[in-house]
Design a protein around this ligand. Structure first.
Ligand code: 5GP
Length: 117
């Protein structure tokens, strides 16, 4: 059965059904370069579990959320934007500007960043 249309592009990337520039990956999360960067450094960090958005997180996800935040800071250091600073953005739902229904953090830096995503 072909159910690929129900998968988000992020799940396709995780399953290697679509390509992306991967900057980090482990068993529970992946970080990719945004295809349409809004800053010199624009990374998307997401859990492999296709949780729709922040509204769907529960107490069981507390540690995952913590690990995602710590990994975002680690990636910022690796990409040399930690000292100059960066912005973390989590869009949630229609009014939040969320386009892809698979939870993700935006990591934006490399220049002074306005709220652009
Ligand atoms: P959202 O608005 O849902 O918070 O952000 C989705 C982000 O995913 C956007 O910044 C958009 O540029 C990015 N994006 C959309 N499609 C692709 C894709 O196929 N590959 C990559 N790497 N990023 C994508």
């Amino acid at each position: 059965m072909d159910n690929s249309s129900s998968e988000s592009i992020f799940t396709k990337i995780i399953n290697r059904e679509a390509t992306a520039d991967i900057v980090y990956e482990d068993e529970e999360m992946i970080a990719i370069k945004d295809i349409n960067p809004k800053a010199p450094v624009h990374i998307l960090l997401l859990p492999k579990d296709p949780i729709k958005n922040l509204n769907d997180f529960t107490q069981t996800h507390t540690e995952l959320l913590g690990r995602l935040m710590l990994k975002a800071a680690e990636i910022a250091k690796k990409l040399n934007i930690a000292d100059t600073g960066y912005k973390i953005v989590i869009n949630t739902g229609d009014h939040g500007g969320q386009i892809i229904d698979h939870f993700h953090l935006h990591i934006l830096g490399g220049q002074r960043v306005k709220a652009v995503v």
